[in-house]
Write a protein that binds this ligand. Sequence first.
Ligand code: SF4
Length: 82
Amino acid sequence: MLLDTIPDLEMTGRQRSPVGGEVPSPINPPSGCSFHPRCPFANDRCKSERPKALPIEGGTVACHAIEEGRLPIEDRTYALNT
Ligand code: SF4
């Protein structure tokens, strides 16, 4: 979802889905993963524990859903190539 917000420099006209919710206050960020109030994949762990950066092929990711296998890493490849 976040990768989908990367500007489309080639102007392909690809449809995008806006991220819902409000941007959190940087003065008082949410507990756990700072993105959890806006993330459709958040669970209780996301609300209390900040995810650690994990190495994946081609980069790093800090996401409990990826770590727990609730989201496939293949979605990242899809987002970057569409
Ligand atoms: S850790 Fe991952 S699944 Fe959990 S709120 Fe953050 S981005 Fe969403």
